[in-house]
Ligand binder design. Structure first.
Ligand code: CA
Ligand code: CA
Length: 148
């Protein structure tokens, strides 16, 4: 999606990771035309003049952040937030191709407690690993097409 933003800022949202910034490292903002609210904030975290983080807002609250961690212009890491701003889970793309196929969950102390996978990469979770003290303690799998 290419969006014209108030003023002269124009950039792409989502992967590929966006237009090269024309002048200085920084950020770009996309506002909803009707409400005027901030919808996306694009950030160049490593100051290489390419956006690598996109944060989605709704009514002033962060819903999600997307990251391109290895600067190949493809989103490979997602942080999903609850309406109260707390972290729901962290998504990743096992192949780094922009398809989100795994999600990790953490406890209040930041320890990994669960990992869910869509091994067929269709969004249906068919493998769940439960963790304790950094170790897998249980694995649940479901056959393709099986009801969950
Ligand atoms: Ca960058
Ligand atoms: Ca990437």
């Amino acid at each position: 999606m290419v969006a014209a933003v108030s003023g002269v800022v124009v950039y792409q949202v989502g992967g590929p990771s966006g237009e090269r910034l024309r002048d200085e490292p920084g950020s770009g903002r996309l506002y909803d035309a009707a409400s005027g609210e901030l919808v996306w904030l694009a950030t160049d975290r490593d100051r290489d003049l390419w956006f690598d983080m996109w944060t989605r807002y709704e009514a002033g609250v962060v819903l999600q952040s997307q990251f391109d961690q290895n600067n190949d212009d493809v989103v490979d890491y997602w942080r999903h937030m609850a309406p109260d701003g707390s972290l729901v889970n962290v998504g990743f793309s096992a192949r780094g191709d922009g398809i989100e196929d795994g999600w990790t969950y953490f406890d209040e102390d930041g320890a990994l407690i669960r990992a869910e996978y869509s091994t067929r990469r269709d969004g249906t979770i068919d493998r769940i690993e439960r963790y304790s003290d950094g170790q897998v303690v249980a694995v649940e799998t479901s056959a393709p097409g099986a009801p969950r």
